[in-house]
Design a protein around this ligand. Structure first.
Ligand SMILES: O[C@H]1[C@H](O)[C@@H](O)[C@H](O)[C@@H](O)[C@H]1O
Ligand SMILES: [Fe+2]
Ligand SMILES: [Fe+2]
Length: 350
């Protein structure tokens, strides 16, 4: 195999290389060059050019991670792939595929059943956090068996998605360890699917979220199915503001019940030391109607408007890191355990 690389990264001369094909990343072939200074170089081909980034996968090393573009001579961030693991556009809910049929059926059930009353009951029930005591990592491992039925972009077990998004954000923001941990835990609320938690059905655990107690916005995925929701014709809940007041703030808004709100409650009650931005990201990362489509702005207050930037930043890694490439769990585990120890108690109430 020819190894003709045209780039010249810093310190290139110092590294007598013997490139070794190692694995695929986002459908690309990559080579990894472990170096004596502890910072591995990963090389991959993006469109017509070779790119390089340095990566470091253990806690003991600093992580000066960057990608290097030979043509522009610039370092750049995470490259958003052109298509998902199935060769389709990301979040394309309308393309006729077998998977999308199941996804639509998921949203039909979700839209019919998520009512204002239903959400209040679930919050009350699961807000007690009296179902299990376990560490964050134990919860990650329990998620191994679940595949999210609402997601057109990935059919891998959830732990893969957690690690893929965490590793992707870590590459671009090596010094923001709170972001790495936020990504790792952002979907842990899906543990509600587990028999320990009564094995909740998918429609009230996963999928995009939206406010209840006021009118459903037409930008919500598969909006048409709301017509069979009992709140559809409710005299108050079907109005624009519903039970809310203009710009009352998202903290006061009841969102459709699912993994976001549950994980937010778990973090808050177990007194995480993660910053407020982390809580905001986790609580609203599935609120695509707001953060992607710009709906419901009349419910946001100034603080929310300020915080959205974090959800936008995070969303890129949540959505576009989904791929068929597995992360080596054992390799990265020590790093994430150290973050968990920094920001959470050893055991949490769930
Ligand atoms: O299907 C996905 C999945 O359930 C994600 O965890 C959620 O955050 C997204 O909003 C949703 O589109
Ligand atoms: Fe999610
Ligand atoms: Fe996610």
């Amino acid at each position: 195999m020819s190894m003709a690389f045209s780039f010249r990264p810093h310190n290139f001369e110092a590294n007598k290389v013997s490139w070794k094909q190692d694995y695929e990343l986002n459908g690309r072939r990559c080579w990894v060059q472990p170096r004596r200074d502890g910072i591995d170089h990963e090389i991959f081909r993006h469109r017509t050019k070779w790119k390089l980034w340095s990566l470091s996968l253990t806690t003991t090393r600093p992580a000066p991670i960057r990608k290097y573009d030979e043509r522009t001579k610039l370092e750049e961030g995470f490259v958003v792939p052109d298509s998902n693991a199935f060769g389709n556009n990301f979040r394309d809910y309308n393309k006729e595929t077998e998977r999308n049929k199941a996804v639509e059926e998921f949203y039909r059930t979700n839209h019919i059943n998520q009512t204002y009353e239903f959400v209040k009951e679930k919050k009350e029930k699961f807000g007690k956090l009296n179902r299990a005591e376990m560490s964050i990592w134990e919860c990650c491992e329990l998620l191994n068996e679940f595949v999210d039925e609402s997601d057109p972009d990935i059919d891998e077990p959830q732990i893969e998605h957690l690690l893929q998004s965490a590793e992707a954000i870590r590459r671009d923001y090596p010094n923001q360890d709170w972001l790495h941990l936020t990504a790792l835990i952002h979907d842990l609320g899906k543990i509600l699917l587990h028999p320990k938690f009564g094995g909740e059905p998918q429609w009230c655990v996963v999928g995009d979220t939206f406010p209840v107690g006021c009118a459903f916005d037409p930008s919500i995925v598969h909006y048409k199915h709301f017509k069979d929701n009992p709140d559809w014709n409710h005299p108050v809940y079907s109005t624009k503001l519903g039970v809310y007041t203009e710009n009352c703030g998202l903290d006061k808004v009841a969102m459709s019940w699912g993994h976001d709100e549950y994980m937010y409650l778990v973090m808050k009650e177990n007194k995480t030391t993660l910053p407020p931005a982390a809580l905001f990201i986790i609580r609203f990362h599935s609120f695509y109607p707001m953060h992607k489509n710009g709906a419901y702005t009349y419910l946001l207050n100034d603080e929310d408007k300020e915080m959205i930037k974090w959800v936008h930043l995070f969303n890129k890694y949540d959505l576009y890191s989904k791929s068929k490439v597995r992360v080596d769990v054992e390799k990265v585990k020590p790093y994430y355990l150290s973050l968990i120890e920094k920001y959470f108690p050893a055991k949490l109430k769930w």
